[in-house]
Design a protein around this ligand. Structure first.
Ligand code: F3S
Length: 101
């Protein structure tokens, strides 16, 4: 599957989730995550992200390896609620830790 990594943190541009054919993105206050059980590796989201936060799980830069497990853990938890699923663009967060703000 593909995973959302650190550059998304505090940015949340949400361009990624709009193009996902299997609607596998979930969000919390900090960032978005991809459900690895639903992702079909189409790569449609990869070029959409303005901060290049999305990678194939076999291709994640070394410093961000922890995000592979984090995407799995967070989506599993977030799916138990009913307001974390995201399929449409929302205003970016662009908080103080966003790498592009
Ligand atoms: Fe995050 Fe990039 Fe999507 S900043 S919300 S992974 S478009």
């Amino acid at each position: 599957p593909h995973v959302v990594t650190k550059p998304c943190y505090d940015c949340k541009y949400t361009d990624c989730c709009v193009v996902c054919p299997v609607e596998c993105f979930y969000q919390d206050e900090s960032m978005l995550y991809i459900d690895p059980t639903d992702c079909i590796d189409c790569e449609a989201c990869v070029p959409e992200c303005p901060v290049e936060a999305i990678y194939g799980s076999d291709n994640v830069p070394g410093d961000w390896q922890e995000f592979v497990q984090l995407n799995a853990d967070r989506t599993a938890a977030l799916k138990k609620g009913n307001d974390a699923h995201i399929t449409e663009k929302q205003d970016p967060k662009e908080g103080p830790s966003c790498s592009k703000s």
